[in-house]
Design a protein around this ligand. Sequence first.
Ligand code: PEP
Ligand code: MG
Length: 757
Amino acid sequence: MNPASLSTAPRRLLARVRDVMAGEGSAQSRLDKITSIIAADLVTEVCSIYVRRPGDVLELFSTRGLSPSAVHVTRLRFGEGLIGEIAARGGPLALSDAPAHPNFAFRPETGEDEFRSMLGVPVLRSGRVVGVVAVQNKTERQYTEEETETLQTVAMVLAEMVAGGELISRQELMPTDGIALKPLRLEGTCFSRGLGIGQAVLHEPNFDIGNLVADDPEHEMARLHEAFSAMLGQLDTILSQSPLSSAEGGEHEDVLEAFRMVAEDAGWLRRTEEAVTSGLTAEAAVLKVKNEMRARLGQASDPYLRERVHDLEDLANRVLKHLLGTGAQDKLYQPEHMILVARNMGPAELLDYDHTRLRGLVLEEGSATSHVAIVARALDIPVMGQVRDVLSKIDTGESIVVDGQNAQVLIRPGEDVQQAFHETRKHLEQIKAQYAQLKDLPARTLDGVEVSLNINAGLLFDFDQIEATGADGVGLYRTEVPFMVRTQFPDVEAQRTLYEKVLDRAAGKPVVFRTIDAGGDKVLPYWDEFDEENPAMGWRAIRICLDRPAILRQQLRALIRASRGRDIHVMFPMIAEVEEFDAAKGLLERELQREKNRGGILPEHVYAGVMLEVPALALQLDKLVQRVDFISIGSNDLMQFLYATDRGNPHVSDRYDILSPFALGFLKSVRDRCDQAGVPVSVCGEAAGHALEAMALVGIGFRRLSMPPPALGPVKEMIRTMSERQVAQFLHSVLEMPRASVRQRLKAFAKDHGIKI
Ligand code: PEP
Ligand code: MG
């Protein structure tokens, strides 16, 4: 960095603000001095500082230029007026004509009617808005980016004053009213199943920065660069030593690679350098950029972008540790049975902890496809996400239960409850061990009917489950899942490498490759999103692929090349019309021809099938069965479309039961028609993985099921304890009943006949 480019103006302002902050007098008088200094420095008629109070209210704490009687009187809620807008959006707002803004709210007591232009920035602390600082002018002034930047830098210093507890008590700053010491039960979303019991460890890096304003900017710049390179070096070590790195190939590698790319992102370093240039110390600059990113991107509706914030935070914390000279690892408190509790975290942060002690992870945010969730699943750690405000309700060292089975987190459970969970966990482990023993036994009913049990897979590590569960193969490989964790659309070669690994891992067992089912809720981060009123019924899956055939052709090409002579099974999702299957199959044939022309090795056999998940297709079975090599029923989507109930909406998703005479009768009619035509048919939706539903499916004639890997043991056990003939007979009578559900009857039947469900 050229020393001449280290501008002096913002640094002078910062130094003055710092001196006032550290000087004599009451907090209020110092704050008043600061508002005057800012107003003078930025040549504005007004400078006002608002501080956040409980209930998401912003109170005017100090002003230069507005009516002094408004101080501690004017209060605005988050989102109210322009000040509230700045707080709510967590980002700056520069307006040359503020009253013209739709959110402008005039407060007569402030006397601000004379002012026209306004520049305001949030005061951020740990990514949380703790106040707003704003300047105003009478003229229609266009504030420059540098001025915004300067005000943000000053806001960074002010944040320390607010957090110091001089203006308001620290208690008030807490997101909630502290920790209630009663046991609590919180709900959330399960990202990784299982049950974990242990002591909470709050993953909440809190840095005491100390000096915020630099005396020697060049020295700070050098420190910053040194810390960045140290962070990158350390990252390489962590990633290469992680327990996952020894596992051969997999999406967690993509995840970690994407993480490394974030670390090397030049934009991030540049912004931090700019903050140093404006007068902050290296650590304050890192913190400033981290806070801004968190506030700005944390609200993004795009889950991919939100996820990047956590990666960046993880990395920023690493840089801070280098700058502050604190060894990361040795400071971590790691009890024997440790449950991590975090707002969110990046994958490398999880790997900082000793995974042999990790019993669970609880996140306030996150999603099942977030990088940390993917890595946690690979480590077989139960994860609960979207557990609101959990960080403010528990402290490090307190007992906690992560119950992924029931999507709940129990905080400070009583001794008896803990004991009960220990029992459940022991029991679950015993059951797991029992299922493991079934692994090599056939899924055969008491009266000798064999059922093929397969797993649904999405990521490479799921393929370990073929061996672990003794599955017959992969009945549904959701190819869009690995696309979702990447940073860009994989080219033919990248896909070929992946599919080759998939086929190698399956070691000769069949894998049904479902072509990309993107769109709807399966967002590919690098595809331009556009708003759809009804994405589940929108431009997704085969619809995208037929409109943009290059996508499907590349995928099929990669798959054909990956086969290296082995058989392949290709399944097209969301087919609604027979013609769509014909078109997709046409593309497959063209790709086979192309490969042949270039002298490549063709697959021994190519089986082309469809996913039956749109009811319209079920009404065209006569034509369909003449064309396809197999059919797999996607009961998740089929049920949602059959009953017009959103599968992702908890208010309605359970409203209709697949165990109803109508739904079972419908599935039976599909099965019978396929049987007559000699077309293999299976069920691969979630229903196939529930023992009771699987019992009914076998009872109506299905001989092939595909399910999430953990379901395979329980379903096999159920099959081995049922008589197909008895269940079929019972269903025959039950299917005549005019009921919305026969679940209870089926349960009672299973119980009476010793079927383990
Ligand atoms: C289904 O719809 O049942 C299915 C298995 O596909 P997905 O859950 O991936 O939509
Ligand atoms: Mg589906």
